[in-house]
Design a protein around this ligand. Sequence first.
Ligand SMILES: [Zn+2]
Length: 136
Amino acid sequence: MIRPLVHNDQFLSIPSTPAGKEDLAIVRDLTDTLKAHRSSCVGMAANMIGFSKCIIVIAPFGMPIPMLNPRILSQSGPYETEEGCLCHTGQKSVTRYQRIEVVWEDPDFQEHTAVFEAFTAQIIQHEVDHLHGILI
Ligand SMILES: [Zn+2]
């Protein structure tokens, strides 16, 4: 189900709580909503559609990848960049890292660990910030 986007900064500032099996409907809705915005959006966090749960979906190459309870284990290669967000107007300067190691669970709650670089790493960092209630 495609859900409306949240633009309330107070709600978006609430840190998200761990996702469990009861939250799989949110994963589906987040994927549907991301697909609906695919022309302007390459990633979404669950709080952007109204659920403060640790779920993100990224689509760096078109195919949506859901990540539950993602955590950045390490990061290297800081750089400054400008980012926008569907929940806000304008762009903001942020520090991102070229290379990150991430642990997450898939919708079957299998744990994965992988290294991501460049654009994909940037998307994950932006969405993980959302989970921490950090607004861009
Ligand atoms: Zn955002």
